[in-house]
Ligand binder design. Sequence first.
Ligand SMILES: Nc1ncnc2c1ncn2[C@@H]1O[C@H](COP(=O)(O)OP(=O)(O)OP(=O)(O)O)[C@@H](O)[C@H]1O
Ligand SMILES: [Mg+2]
Length: 160
Amino acid sequence: MFSINTSSPDETIRLATCIAPFLQKGDTILLSGELGAGKTLFVSGILAFYDKEKDASSPTFTIVNQHDLTDDLNLFHFDVYRLESSDEFLAIGGDEFFSKGICLIEWGEKIKDVLPQKYLEIRIEKDATDENKRNFNFISNDDRLNNIINEILINWRNSK
Ligand SMILES: Nc1ncnc2c1ncn2[C@@H]1O[C@H](COP(=O)(O)OP(=O)(O)OP(=O)(O)O)[C@@H](O)[C@H]1O
Ligand SMILES: [Mg+2]
């Protein structure tokens, strides 16, 4: 696990654009963190890298929003906050998206038992004293995703 701090919404967007180039079809990213932590803003940063809409509206009522990043790469943006259980996620066919593109899942910790075996968790923590600071923790059980984490760190340092 390693962590990166951001001190403003713009810095969080910049962090997301450092990560975006490493993501590929079949990658699953679980975004955790309390209300207003910055999960949706982080997704906006991924979209910004692809010159897509800068504003990722939270798919709270639709559960999933699809964004076509390139001709052959899709991003599926989930918000599973309102789901009662993992079974409900399966009932709406949520797991069918995992192999079809990059899946970013807000509140994904609620459905951990039905996520693919390999995923990257990004845990966003608010700062106790500064309302514009966030701590991003990266955790993965997969070799490729762990290598990506190292690349992200290098990219992030070089982008400053
Ligand atoms: N360093 C920062 N990184 C991210 N967001 C920040 C930061 N500093 C302040 N903010 C603000 O925090 C808010 C984050 O909102 P966002 O909708 O992304 O949260 P969320 O985690 O998706 O919440 P929810 O669980 O309700 O979906 C925004 O208003 C943003 O401007
Ligand atoms: Mg959100």
